[in-house]
Design a binder for this molecule. Structure first.
Ligand SMILES: Cc1cc2nc3c(=O)[nH]c(=O)nc-3n(C[C@H](O)[C@H](O)[C@H](O)COP(=O)(O)OP(=O)(O)OC[C@H]3O[C@@H](n4cnc5c(N)ncnc54)[C@H](O)[C@@H]3O)c2cc1C
Length: 284
């Protein structure tokens, strides 16, 4: 049973706060990064792995991950959105100066600090890179606190790879071991072709101390977790972020239920050991 104050808090969490688009940057053929400032001047304190419900007024509301955390992005909401339907199209079309609604932040955070002292491997598939970006920046701000830092990143085509300049900075300035792979290469691509799991056998890491943070399509996260486990990582040390259609964000509507868990309340970040068995149940 919820207390009265919890109930009032949840109701408050249902009201979108207007945010003005400060900047809008196209980062691939179908994806834009939005920087949002609160109209009331109170910044959203959002952690790596958390998400907001972004509202295109008059059209609808969708969950979008925190994609910020980079240098100069403090006290600012940065979210990267791919156009797939009506709401994401409207959000990405909002010009600087336009206003969108923001609820949240919701959900838990990537347990970055707990990975301190060991190797860290980030594995991103497609639009999985933006939700990992704040966690990558948290590690790089404290680079000496971690061992090897690896980023394995796969996308459908070279044109779908996001933030390549920033990735190059991570490689050169912070010694991040980067592996890139695409499903389909094409002219100008001389790198790896295949699924992101193709990169796992070749990586160097101390499996005993390593922590993995994985974001991407569910099927990709399953295969990545299994392959990292084969490389010796404990499944408790593999963290994934689940995507489920959600409406309320505050554990009221039940739309994002997966077995015994509500993704908006208990996730979206989970230990693979906790959710792996649920992901192989069809239609769940
Ligand atoms: C916790 C969480 C974090 C997310 N973070 C981001 C993010 O940082 N950036 C981002 O661009 N998107 C993110 N998404 C996905 C985003 O919420 C959906 O793309 C959005 O809801 C689609 O709404 P729409 O009205 O534009 O499209 P709709 O009209 O609802 O859908 C259009 C098409 O896209 C498909 N679709 C809808 N939702 C998803 C989904 N979650 N995954 C795959 N296909 C989907 C539909 O099946 C349909 O075919 C996140 C989702 C969750 C649950």
């Amino acid at each position: 049973m919820t207390t009265l104050s919890e109930d009032v808090e949840r109701r408050g969490a249902m009201i979108p706060r207007p945010h003005r688009v400060r900047a809008r940057r196209q980062v691939s053929h179908d994806t834009w990064t939005l920087e949002l400032d609160p109209v009331d001047g109170r910044p959203v304190a959002i952690g790596p792995g958390q998400f907001t419900m972004l509202y295109a007024f008059g059209i609808g509301e969708v969950p979008i991950s925190n994609g910020g955390g980079g240098p100069g992005e403090e006290n600012r909401l940065v979210q990267t959105v791919r156009v797939v339907g009506a709401v994401t199209r409207a959000l990405c079309a909002t010009e600087p100066g336009g206003v969108v609604g923001v609820r949240g932040p919701f959900g838990n955070t990537w347990p970055v600090a707990r990975a301190r002292g060991g190797d860290v491997v980030f594995v991103a598939g497609g639009l999985g890179l933006p939700p990992l970006r704040p966690a990558i920046h948290q590690v790089l701000r404290d680079r000496d606190g971690y061992g090897r830092v690896l980023l394995l990143y796969g996308a459908r085509t070279p044109a779908d790879l996001l933030f390549l300049d920033e990735i190059e900075t991570w490689r050169q300035a912070h010694g991040v071991d980067v592996g890139l792979v695409v499903d389909a290469g094409g002219p100008g691509w001389s790198g790896e072709v295949g699924l992101v799991t193709r990169l796992i056998p070749g990586i160097e890491l101390d499996a005993g101390t390593a922590t993995a943070f994985v974001a991407g399509p569910e099927i990709m996260m399953r295969f990545v977790a299994e392959d990292l486990h084969t490389r010796g990582l404990d499944l408790d040390s593999v963290h994934v972020t689940l995507e489920r259609t959600m409406r309320c964000g505050v554990a009221l509507c039940g739309r994002c239920q997966v077995g015994p868990t509500l993704v908006c309340r208990d996730g979206a970040v989970y230990r693979y050991s906790d959710v792996g068995p649920l992901l192989s149940v069809k239609e769940l």
